[in-house]
Write a protein that binds this ligand. Structure first.
Ligand code: GDD
Ligand code: MN
Length: 371
């Protein structure tokens, strides 16, 4: 047998990387590895946990398994949150020809992986999706509210993508690395719904097939799906509509800014028109209130994946206020100047807000929620 020309060639990457996003799944990782190993016996695979620094020690538990099994890898992200971005980064860390994504809570059936891989490889497809909405698929025992939410969100998503995919919200799929890499720069990476993101990214249409599966019961830990996930989903849809030119954070910031205008005008109206304060006092107070509410909303929604908490929240707010004080000065200054010149309070307020808003976005993106 000829010796390989270099050490590197002696150990080629596995055929399949199974990317598993985790957040607080400490009691599920060992069982997941066992199930994947059982299902994929005979296939050259690896499993990449992408853990967002779970407080329950998921990453350590996964590393303990990796210490005895090099097919298991752990990518630990610090100060970050997000299911989609975790999957994307796990896939980027792989050199395998095929990439699978599945949940770490045992709700996706690992036993389906060989069938999915075979379909992908043999039938010349780009992606094979575990689907709850084709014949024999199912939702498990989901509450009625979540069932209808899932259908509603799926319907919205289906309008966006051109493919006739029954379950665009599925988090269980397997695709060719090439199909991923040609799209990765156009992915929004926001929220929970990477599959939809992949399908909605323009490029050549994905050749796909759906394979039915039943959504299993969660054994340990809790779901991270909450109302904010819905917001992120809507943001992701919006991002797909406005294209890659406008960043999704700017969209969120603008939406919240729009809300801030409402807050601002309400406060100004109450003080200036209602209580009869001077316009200067009204405008200054309205600016401060709107600035504070914008900070908290942006922290909660725009910068959810790098949300500031506890002490950092306080410092973040302080830096937000400090960084925006120049913007606020410009806001009040310009508005007051215009008001004195024109006596038209609404227009003056809007001009002030606009100048302040542009400042706020640019400066806080750099100083408050710096990466
Ligand atoms: N790294 C990382 N970061 N992982 C996360 C995060 C996060 O911020 N949030 C959730 N996860 C992990 C969980 O630990 C779990 O392994 C997987 O992502 C799914 O999260 P769940 O919180 O269990 O989601 P679910 O069961 O409600 O939602 C599932 O159903 C959807 C179908 O409607 C997921 O499978 C979705 O992917 C799927 O689309
Ligand atoms: Mn789950």
């Amino acid at each position: 047998m000829p010796t390989p020309p270099s050490d590197a060639l002696r150990c080629p990457p596995p055929v399949l990387s199974v990317v598993v996003p985790t957040f607080n799944e400490v009691d599920n990782v060992a069982e997941l590895v066992a199930r994947v190993a059982g299902a994929l016996a005979g296939t050259d695979w690896e499993l990449i946990f992408v853990d967002d620094d779970s407080p329950d020690g998921t990453a350590d538990r996964a590393r303990a398994i990796a210490a005895t099994d090099r097919r298991v890898r752990v990518l630990q992200r610090i100060g970050r949150r997000g299911l989609s971005s975790a999957c994307i980064e796990g896939m980027l860390a792989s050199s395998a020809a095929y990439l699978a994504v599945m949940d770490g809570d045992l709700q996706h059936d690992a036993a389906l992986l060989p069938q999915m891989l075979a379909a992908l490889a043999e039938d010349d497809l780009d992606i094979v999706v575990g689907s709850r909405y084709v014949a024999d698929g199912g939702l498990g025992d989901w509450a009625a509210r979540r069932r209808s939410m899932s259908r509603l969100a799926g319907g919205l998503g289906r309008r966006l993508i051109k493919a006739d995919l029954q379950d665009p919200m599925s988090g269980f799929f397997i695709l060719r690395a090439e199909a991923f890499r040609t799209r990765v720069r156009r992915l929004s990476g926001v929220g929970f719904k990477l599959l939809l993101d992949l399908f909605a990214s323009d490029g050549t249409p994905l050749r796909f097939r759906e394979i039915p599966y039943r959504f299993g019961l969660r054994q340990a830990g809790a779901s991270k799906l909450d109302n904010a996930v819905l917001w992120e989903y809507l943001l992701m849809l919006l991002q797909k509509l406005v294209g890659p030119v406008v960043p999704v954070r700017f969209i969120a910031f603008s939406l919240i800014g729009g809300l801030g205008v409402g807050v601002h005008l309400a406060v100004l109206w109450a003080l200036f028109k209602g209580l009869g304060t001077s316009f200067l006092v009204g405008q200054a107070a309205a600016t401060l209130v709107a600035m504070t509410s914008n900070f908290f909303l942006n922290n909660l929604l725009t910068y959810r994946d790098m949300r500031l908490r506890g002490r950092a929240l306080l410092w973040g707010w302080a830096s937000f206020v400090a960084a925006c004080s120049i913007g606020a000065l410009a806001n009040v200054g310009i508005a007051t100047y215009l008001f004195r010149a024109e006596s038209f309070w609404l227009l003056s307020a809007f001009a002030g807000i606009l100048v302040g808003a542009v400042w706020n976005y640019a400066v806080t993106a750099v100083y408050t929620w710096r990466r």
